[in-house]
Design a protein around this ligand. Structure first.
Ligand SMILES: NC(=O)c1ccc[n+]([C@@H]2O[C@H](COP(=O)([O-])OP(=O)(O)OC[C@H]3O[C@@H](n4cnc5c(N)ncnc54)[C@H](OP(=O)(O)O)[C@@H]3O)[C@@H](O)[C@H]2O)c1
Length: 221
């Protein structure tokens, strides 16, 4: 049985991706910090017929994240698809001239240490399977830095570089690494930025397996 781990899963994109992959027969593991909200999400998705489990971890604590992914592999088998998509904290988005080096600790922990810890945890399992997909999801500042959102702009650039390097390094091993950049907000009912539409794009990226960066909408959205 194939499984997807969604790191940073809530009622928006996380739930939509759980539904999309769940419908395709994947077992789904959700990671977030708040146990109560996670349980509600899991119960709702399970009631829709999806095989889903929730695991708590803060992505800014690599040991917690690694442990959750270890538990997922022990429960569901090797993770075949890893999606890294926690919603960034508001205080990462300060104007560039108000941003000191300490203000970058959170964004870097969140968008660089977290993905690196997650990838290193799941990669041996993907290599044993001989296949895998790693999906990074970012806002538009990953592609065009925004002067009022310095923390995410800087950290997303580093996350993008890491992803791009992995894409090139792992392609020959059947492990596809791709990034979905979502310019603007996720908006239910929007033609291109509705969670279910974005989940369909992520499913398509997993199936089609070409190219690193994909855009959910025009960059000036
Ligand atoms: N929402 C938007 O308008 C928007 C726009 C552009 C791009 N994006 C991208 O879309 C993805 C998020 O989608 P969404 O906004 O619909 O979110 P979602 O899937 O509804 O929820 C994301 C979850 O991330 C969890 N999270 C936040 N910080 C975390 C941490 N430190 N450790 C572990 N989990 C954490 C939160 O749960 P807990 O609080 O329980 O931890 C939250 O429920 C992200 O990749 C984001 O960059 C979103």
């Amino acid at each position: 049985m194939s499984s997807i781990a969604i790191v940073g899963a809530g009622p928006g994109l996380g739930a939509a991706v759980a539904r999309r992959f769940g419908r395709e027969g994947y077992d789904v593991a959700l990671i977030a910090r708040d146990r109560t909200r996670l349980d509600e999400l899991v119960d709702g998705l399970a009631a829709e017929g999806i095989t889903v489990r929730g695991f708590t971890a803060d992505v800014r604590r690599p040991q917690e994240l690694t442990k959750a992914l270890e538990e997922i592999a022990a429960t569901l088998g090797p993770v075949e698809v890893l999606q890294y998509s926690p919603v960034p904290h508001r205080d990462f988005m300060r104007p560039v001239l108000d941003t000191g080096h300490r203000d970058l600790v959170g964004p870097v922990e969140f968008s660089v240490y977290g993905p690196v810890a997650a990838v290193r945890q799941v990669l041996p399992g993907m290599r044993r399977l001989g296949r895998g997909t790693i999906l990074l999801v970012n806002g538009g500042t990953a592609a065009v830095p925004h002067p009022d959102r310095a923390g995410t702009s800087i950290a997303f650039a580093a996350e993008s570089a890491y992803g791009h390097l992995l894409h090139e390094r792992l392609a020959g091993e059947g492990i596809h690494v791709a990034q979905l950049v979502i310019p603007g907000a996720i908006v239910p009912g929007h033609a291109r930025r509705d969670p279910a539409v974005l989940a369909r794009s992520l499913w398509g990226m997993h199936q089609d397996r070409h190219g690193f960066r994909h855009y959910a909408d025009d960059l000036d959205s």
